[in-house]
Design a protein. Structure first.
Length: 124
């Protein structure tokens, strides 16, 4: 069965969620959080994604972001995934996947929801 295509609208915010495989930890140390943020900042700048808010939990990530083009978010997440998983696997002498399948994303109502989403992300 083919994957459902994602709906991306340039300049429309998205709530992005990515979970650790089997809900295992994807961050074990402060340096892991710093590495992920570094990779996220670089990829967001490279692919034209504005990051409004984020939460890095032990076993998953929430990001509120606005893409500048249709492919910005998928390229950003691919870049983060590639670089962070390589970093994590090397750091902890492991192999294999870190993330549970594809990331999930939902369009955010641009009039009412961004402040709510940011508050949700802040409270998590």
């Amino acid at each position: 069965m083919a994957r459902r295509s994602r709906l991306y609208l340039p300049d429309c915010p998205l709530h992005i969620i990515q979970r650790g495989n089997n809900r295992d930890a994807c961050f074990r140390d402060d340096s892991d959080y710093k590495a992920y943020l570094y990779f996220m900042r670089e990829a967001a700048a490279q692919y034209g994604v504005s990051i409004h808010a984020f939460v890095l939990m032990t076993n998953h990530v929430h990001i509120l972001a606005t893409p500048s083009t249709e492919k910005s978010v998928s390229r950003m997440m691919q870049s983060i995934g590639r670089r962070y998983v390589q970093y994590f696997n090397h750091t902890y002498s492991r192999t294999g996947t870190l993330w549970e399948g594809r990331y999930k994303s939902t369009l955010v109502d641009t009039i009412h929801k961004p402040p709510f989403c940011m508050r949700f992300l802040y409270e998590v």
